[in-house]
Ligand binder design. Structure first.
Ligand code: UD1
Ligand code: CA
Length: 479
């Protein structure tokens, strides 16, 4: 990710700066980012803090922190309040924290960061943690605007016919920004203004820490960060503003409806990114891919497929339809239909489904064929293993090219403990075999249809019956 503002990362920093400040490399100020995340988020009606609600597979707060990381190598200052501990444990050392004890508004929230940042030169960027769709490009434009002008405050604006709670941008007749007026405080004429405040600002560090205490308290007892605009204007300072065309970036999450809208926008972006990188999505409308997933080229994703969490998919796979893959790594050339894969590792050229279930710790080596109605948990299936129909494999190690007959079950649980099963390379497990663990089936060994195997079967031997005995040994048990 491109970064700037810190000497430790000069190469990427320089590359990024050349793209956004082509002429002013030497005059780039250092940048501190402040992220406001302390709000009570009452409109979500949730026990979970708003900024920890998931979007595209990540908690909301992650989007603003990732954006901050792309802009500055100095960890952002996150203002926390409700759910402070949960937010801290989500972000760990990637952020610095200040706590806002009483929620007295966005201006008051920024005041809390002064202790940490006052005295540091450069630029302070402030954004709200509930705006996950903002892009690095757009923030780059804002930084560019701020660095290129002489104002103490620069901001973004956008136009929308549905203002839904956003502050209105009031301009003078000659077009200069004069104030931001919150919707609740608007006159009927101001309400009709369609230029809105998305809530992204750059300040000169000295200026903001000198002036933040001048924010007046509102009739509702809040300190609005947006009042700094009026304050700058009253001092004869210029407020620079650039209008952003893509209003979808400006979607702020205040309610669950907004969350669903943002999810749809993000899904569209993620899907486009994969298609541009050479992945075929048969029906993007019904393809749900978390922002965290990676897919190699020439893979085809069929409808009603969900790819979630830390999932990685190799080249030339065919995934779906009606398939969920979560926290799973798939190699190249795999085919998965109508199946659920969770926490599994799948190597190249594996066929899965229809109606298969891989659970955590399932590891399928290359060329495994797992057909319909199979379940594998915490087990290794070696290269070329075939389990075609109706099987449960749990806590097992299976050697290469073994054949698991229809209906085979590893009876791995005795009611209190789990036990392991080992099946040697090239073994042939007959249909409907019950493998009562702990048990070992030798290399190239065979079991008869319907056998219940309670003792080990040596290499190359055949066991049949209930309980299973070695074939040809009438009286002795298998040892
Ligand atoms: C704010 C802006 C509004 C803008 C809109 C864009 C102000 C006064 N208004 O309104 O002009 O159009 O965002 O989305 O800034 N927060 C705190 N502490 C507080 C209050 C809020 O940390 O005491 C945080 C919240 O967690 C949230 C962010 O600040 O991440 C914005 O707060 P919110 O209440 O959503 O502001 P809006 O009413 O949307
Ligand atoms: Ca908001």
């Amino acid at each position: 990710m491109p970064r700037h503002g810190f000497p430790g990362d000069l190469i990427v920093a320089t590359r990024f700066l050349m793209s956004i400040f082509p002429d002013q490399l030497s005059s780039v100020p250092s940048l501190n980012v402040v992220i406001l995340a302390a709000g009570d988020s009452t409109r979500m009606r949730s026990d979970t803090p708003k900024v920890l609600h998931p979007l595209g597979g990540r908690p909301l707060i992650e989007y603003s922190v990732r954006l901050a990381d792309a802009l500055s190598t100095t960890p952002p200052v996150v203002v926390i309040g409700r759910g402070a501990e949960a937010v801290r444990s989500q972000l760990g050392t990637r952020a610095r924290y200040v706590e806002q004890q009483q929620r007295l508004g966005t201006g008051h929230a920024v005041m809390q960061a002064r202790g940490l940042l006052a005295g540091q030169e450069g630029t302070v960027a402030v954004f709200y943690a509930d705006m996950p769709l903002l892009t690095v490009d757009t923030m780059g434009r804002l930084l560019d605007l701020h660095a290129g002008g002489s104002g103490v405050l620069s901001m973004l604006t956008f136009e929308s016919a549905t203002p839904r709670g956003f502050g209105r941008i009031v301009r003078t007749p000659d077009g200069e920004v004069q104030a931001i007026v919150e919707e609740v405080d608007c006159t009927p004429e101001q309400r009709l203004i369609s230029e809105l405040n998305p809530g992204l600002y750059c300040f000169d560090a000295d200026w903001i820490w000198e002036n933040i205490d001048s924010i007046p308290v509102s009739p509702k007892g809040e300190y609005y960060l947006t009042d700094l605009v009026g304050i700058a204007v009253s001092q004869g300072r210029k407020v620079a503003a650039v209008k952003v065309d893509d209003a979808t970036e400006m979607l702020g999450i205040n309610t669950r409806e907004h969350l669903a809208e943002a999810e749809a926008v993000l899904r569209g972006r993620v899907n486009r990114r994969h298609m541009q990188a050479g992945v075929t999505l048969i029906d993007p409308q019904t393809t749900y891919i978390d922002d965290t997933v990676s897919i190699d080229r020439d893979t085809v994703v069929f409808p009603a497929t969900h790819l979630r969490g830390m999932t990685r998919i190799g080249q030339g796979c065919r995934i779906g339809p009606d398939t969920t893959v979560e926290n799973t790594s798939l190699g190249s050339g795999c085919r998965v239909t109508y199946s659920v894969l969770e926490g599994a590792l799948v190597e190249d050229g594996v066929e899965i489904g229809p109606f298969a279930h891989l659970r955590s710790g399932a590891h399928l080596a290359s060329g495994v064929h797992m057909g319909n109605f199979g379940e594998v948990k915490n087990s290794y299936l070696g290269p070329g293993v075939k389990m075609g129909h109706f099987s449960y494999i749990g806590d097992a190690q299976i050697g290469s090219e073994a054949n698991i007959g229809a209906g085979t079950i590893t009876c791995n649980y005795d009611g209190s403990q789990k036990h392991p099963t080992e099946i040697g390379a090239g073994a042939f497990i007959g249909s409907d075999t019950m493998l009562v663990a702990p048990v070992r089936i030798g290399m190239g060994a065979r079991t008869g249809a319907g056998s219940v195997v309670t003792r080990d079967v040596p290499d190359g031997e055949t066991a049949v019956g209930v309980p299973a005995r070695l074939r040809g040994l009438a009286h002795s048990d298998i040892e």
